[in-house]
Design a protein around this ligand. Sequence first.
Ligand SMILES: NC(=O)c1ccc[n+]([C@@H]2O[C@H](COP(=O)([O-])OP(=O)(O)OC[C@H]3O[C@@H](n4cnc5c(N)ncnc54)[C@H](O)[C@@H]3O)[C@@H](O)[C@H]2O)c1
Length: 341
Amino acid sequence: MKKFSAAVVGLGYWGPNILRNVIEIDEFKDVYCCDLDRSRLEMINKRFQFTKLEDNFDYILNNSDIKYVFISTPPITHYKLAKKAMENGKNVYIEKPMTTSSGEAKELIGIAKKNSVKLMVGHTFEFSPAVEKIGELIGKGVLGDLYFISMSRINLGIHQKDISVIWDLAPHDFSILFKLLNENPYKISAFSNSFVKESLKDVAFINIRFKSGIIANINVSWLSPNKVRETIIVGKKKMLIYNDTHSDEKIKIFDKGVDLVRDPENFGEYQLTYRTGNIVSPFLETTEPLKLAIKHFIDSVDNDFEPKTDGYCGLRVVKAVEAAERSSERDGEVIVIDDWK
Ligand SMILES: NC(=O)c1ccc[n+]([C@@H]2O[C@H](COP(=O)([O-])OP(=O)(O)OC[C@H]3O[C@@H](n4cnc5c(N)ncnc54)[C@H](O)[C@@H]3O)[C@@H](O)[C@H]2O)c1
């Protein structure tokens, strides 16, 4: 017997993907769809059967059957909607970026605690089997000590109306990066520009330094002739490319590297030897990351544990985005982040 209901709030581009997974997981008595825009609700009505349509968020708040709320509205609205939902006893899954300021993110963490509800941020890629596998490989030392990570998330569009490309796309790479390294960044600097629409940055180059010595670079852009979703990881022993646009062989591990060896012929001198060996592509499960994330959220509520991508993960990403934005507004000034709480 299904006891509780769920609501998906915001059914624009991304919300229908959440809704589809919530329906497929089939854990709920009823699934409510809430959007201010009636035309979105009409569209949902045609595409998905058995959902309940609602354009008034207060109805969701006042319905005690609804225990799980998925927020997929524009980032600027996240704080207000999540706050109200949690104050009304709802467990909240909120899309990335968690909020548009770290102050708001901190407040949401406090509100979740105060109301004893779960707060999870939709850092979908952290649930991707490819990212999980890379984390496992790094953890087992397969790549050796890491040197650097280079990430690209570029395509032609979709230009957002109210947030920069840094707020829109970089949360994905920041969340992947922090999960893989299990380390908070120390210094961030960025250059960005607004080419198409004044004051809406559409390309950014972000540099990150970690205290461990690892450096990283993230290129995000809505202005590119091709779609690239690529992460290159270079370690002392091996190198890896993760290409998320590939349907198979998303990860390739290259037995490549450069070693500095003492030259026996010339005592005291060193020479470089280049290694080029096998390329291996590990098997990956094909389960949709969003489904895994949503299941994890439901599980965290039902079994009372903190979700992997909790409010602190969300806050860390928001802080990194804020630092990249601040740096790019100060012509690439290096921003040092010491306080992660
Ligand atoms: N995890 C991912 O991979 C991923 C991918 C894409 C988008 N997103 C995130 O999902 C969120 C939504 O993005 P999108 O591209 O679908 O945006 P969108 O603009 O296409 O859709 C937002 C919808 O929310 C509705 N809405 C706005 N304010 C509302 C309110 N107060 N109450 C109810 N409905 C409201 C709008 O009418 C619209 O239908 C963003 O936070 C975005 O960053 C995540």
